[in-house]
Design a binder for this molecule. Sequence first.
Ligand SMILES: C[S@@+](CC[C@H](N)C(=O)[O-])C[C@H]1O[C@@H](n2cnc3c(N)ncnc32)[C@H](O)[C@@H]1O
Ligand SMILES: [Zn+2]
Length: 160
Amino acid sequence: MEHKHTTSPFITVRNSTIHGRGVFAKIPIPKGTRIIEYVGEKITKKEADRRAHIPLNKHKEDQSCGAVYLFELNKRHDIDGNVSYNTARHINHSCEPNAETEIIRGKIWIIALRDIAKDEEIVYNYSYGYEDYHEHRCYCRANQCVGYILAEEHWPKLKK
Ligand SMILES: C[S@@+](CC[C@H](N)C(=O)[O-])C[C@H]1O[C@@H](n2cnc3c(N)ncnc32)[C@H](O)[C@@H]1O
Ligand SMILES: [Zn+2]
């Protein structure tokens, strides 16, 4: 099946100081805006486990490649967003995010947590699990950066 690149009037893709390419606000984005959908191939957890190591290993050899593009859709399925038409795949992680993700009727939306100014990089917390957290160093540069790409619920464990 052929897919068109997903687009949004709010964003543009540029080089990021966090990692590789990033997604930036082209115009001011009001709080609560559904900025863009995270799309890709809907796969089972079993298939996701099989695929997870592919970009991860590539990343170990060449850090300019992203390590993870899998997004948890529900208990049974993930979205593999590592497809060229998924513009949202360029969105980086931050410990001080200006956006969040929400699953609305089976679709993954990137939503503005606050008003976002033109030229700000769009970032959300990837909310990775605690297992192997040390494999995912964070370079978000936020004042409150915890040093790893990790769900906020696990942050207290890092401070111990
Ligand atoms: C979905 S991609 C993000 C887009 C990526 N910058 C690109 O050029 O396509 C996810 C990968 O980007 C990298 N990344 C995203 N946010 C990061 C951060 N805050 N610190 C370090 N690496 C990050 C990691 O390799 C992560 O696995
Ligand atoms: Zn960080």
